[in-house]
Design a protein around this ligand. Structure first.
Ligand code: ADP
Ligand code: MG
Length: 230
């Protein structure tokens, strides 16, 4: 079957189970979904329905028990750990609910840190971090430590870190879960702007139905299964 060039990520017949205290939990039950390049996708559903598990298998952080994950034309359900970490480093920007900033680094250092393992020169890394912080309207906080920033500012720092290497895809797991409504809007508006301006594919996982209006496509999950895509 020819690969559709417009397809960024595709999950085909994906299953994943967890065993806990003798019980089997179907975290992903025969999941099929296709995400186009440049699409803004929201995966929405109640807590425990499998959203994080889906995001983790889409990026190769977790392996499905069966099925295929075609990421940028490559079946990553069969890739080596080396290959997976290279794909994640080069092609994916991650955004976390609890920000995952290093407390001992300043805002700009947290953003730069993503590029420290690369061969880029210090000055080039700094220039890119400054550009990324400007993109999320946070340049004036660049020398602050995480403890000196509000939740909304910390997440904007997280967004700058997610775009500094110009990834093809941003994966955000409950990115506004710890934010007040005003900061939630800031962060969602910025994700939308990045999606439009940089043509980055964006996948946001959330339990909040109210965020659906940001999406080109809403994938609804219940009990490990996709129940609706529109
Ligand atoms: P969501 O992100 O929608 O809240 P998850 O993907 O985190 O849901 O979890 C889906 C289901 O799988 C839940 O029932 C959860 O308890 C279970 N689960 C997730 N990760 C693990 C794990 N590492 N071990 C056992 N069960 C897990
Ligand atoms: Mg989750």
């Amino acid at each position: 079957m020819p690969v559709d060039k417009d397809t960024m990520i595709e999950a085909v017949d994906v299953n994943k189970e967890y065993r806990r205290a003798g019980a089997i939990i179907r975290a992903l039950a025969n999941v099929n979904v296709s995400i186009k390049s440049g699409e803004f996708v929201i995966v929405q559903g109640p807590t425990g329905c499998g959203k994080s598990t889906l995001l983790n298998v889409l990026s190769g952080l977790d392996l499905p028990d069966s099925g295929r994950i075609i990421f940028d034309g490559e079946n990553i359900a069969r890739a080596t750990e080396d290959r997976l970490s290279r794909i994640r480093r080069q092609k994916i920007g991650f955004v976390f609910q609890d920000f995952n900033l290093v407390p001992t680094l300043t805002c700009i250092e947290n953003v730069e840190a993503l590029l420290w393992p690369t061969v880029l020169r210090e000055k080039e890394i700094e220039n890119r971090a400054i550009a990324a912080l400007r993109d999320v309207n946070l340049l004036e906080r660049k020398d602050h430590y995480p403890v000196q920033m509000s939740g909304g500012e910390k997440q904007r720092c997280g967004l700058a870190r997610a775009i500094i290497h110009r990834p093809r895809v941003i994966l955000a797991d409950e990115p506004t879960g710890n934010l007040d409504p005003a900061s939630e809007k800031d962060v969602m508006d910025l994700l939308k702007q990045i999606n439009k301006d940089m043509e980055t594919t964006v996948i946001v996982v959330t339990h909040r139905a109210s965020l659906a209006s940001y999406a080109d496509k809403v994938v609804r999950m219940e009990k490990g299964a996709i129940v609706n895509i529109k």
